[in-house]
Design a protein around this ligand. Sequence first.
Ligand code: ATP
Ligand code: MG
Length: 494
Amino acid sequence: MPSEQVSIKPGTSFEIREVGYVQSVRKFIVIAKGMPSCINGQIVEFASGILGLVMGFTEEKVQILVLGDPIGIRAGDEVYNKGKSLNLPVGEAFVGRVVDALCRPLDGLGPVASSVELPAFIVAPGVMDRQPVNQTLESGTLIIDAIIPLAKGQRQLLIGDRVTGKTSVALDAIINQKGKGVVCIYCCIGKPYSSLIKVIDVLREKEALDYVIIVSGVASVSTGEQYLAPYTACTLGEYFMNRGKDVLLVADDLTKHAWVYRQISLLLERAPGREAYPGDIFYLHSQMMERAGLLKQELGGGSMTFLPIVEILQGDLTGYIPTNLISMTDGQLYFSVGLFNKGVKPAIDFGLSVSRIGNKAQWPAMRALSKSLRLDYLQYKELLQMTQLRTAGLSKDAQGRLRRGEAISQLIAQDKNRPVSIAEQIIYLYSLNRGIFDTLSTAQIRQFRKDILSYAQANKPEFCQKIRQGKELNEELKAMLEEILTEYLKEGIK
Ligand code: ATP
Ligand code: MG
């Protein structure tokens, strides 16, 4: 019998499908058979419409991580492989939206219009595509901008115990990007739903939602989606970075991400290593961190700044995940429980915090003014401890340094969700270096901080504009600032 001829009309599109079947379901891991052409990172679809991600395979079996609720999947069900790797919709329309790990909207504002898709798992841009980071990312927190500055494209770890103000500092950085053309992404991983709602409320209150994308991988969604959420955030950010824009990405937090990956690996029966984490967790996170950076001008000069958050236990920095992440980022901000409980907020410990980018990224004006700030403050702390034992007979110099130190600690104390612009920080630091605070009481310094920016804007509106443009405190601006301060002090602090 002649074999049946299949004729395909020109222009007809057809889809290649490989159909396998589910052999077993182990929580959120499905073992399937009959898909010999599967490769890692590919996406498959179950008969119920739920998607799965290929995580590994043996000669006959494929290990699939379910990206959704595995309840509807039963042994014997069909699995379809279309030979596609995981691509996610991205684009401008996502700005201002809340989405899940598969970029589906969660905010009830209807579908997100998007015509572009990008792969979720990519190899990060190579060294030839990048340039050294050298532009300031204004965090809005004085202690960071003055002493541990951030640059666009930098990866800075926020590390600390539970409830030490990590999320607040990251949110301040987001709030401070208002009107600066930076697209912000907040990615929530393994946190309770209530924490995410709190974050959204703060951003809404500060009218920051319209330049933020929120990616939700909260604890109540499937393990697969929690695992995927930070990759989704990177992919959404890359769309803007590749178009020459600046992106700020906060991943809150990667400890939970590591836990999720540990769960997945144990169910995949991979050998547990240190602290029962699989060995490749280092590779996984470093690959993710590499996706941040500043692209070359020829590639648009876009940047993605990464602020991963890591939670530690009892100040222990030596755990596997924290040490991994410290080694693969460009610095860390260490949040101390001790400082937080003493009321020092933000509770960032100078001694253990560092930015390996250094002051290259700072505005020249800020660089000049904050040069001795760290040392002055540390010396003050030391002196303070000594004077607790012996109060009488302090030298004039020591008294002066104590007063200066007290002023510094007042300046670095900052309320949450109230970012301070760099122009304002420059006024503070200039006044500090001029010794203006040496003669003021605590209450007066507080009042000065409250008044001075609006006073400067009312009397010399061009000062803030010019300093923002030139970023340098030249003679003209110095004279202007002197005038502002003299006038302000002449009127007397109420
Ligand atoms: P978690 O471990 O729950 O994620 P966290 O380290 O992210 O905590 P936050 O949620 O940012 O910490 O802050 C913890 C608490 O401290 C919050 O109630 C917040 O209001 C308060 N807080 C944080 N920063 C400040 C600040 N600068 N001034 C006053 N209160 C603050
Ligand atoms: Mg937090």
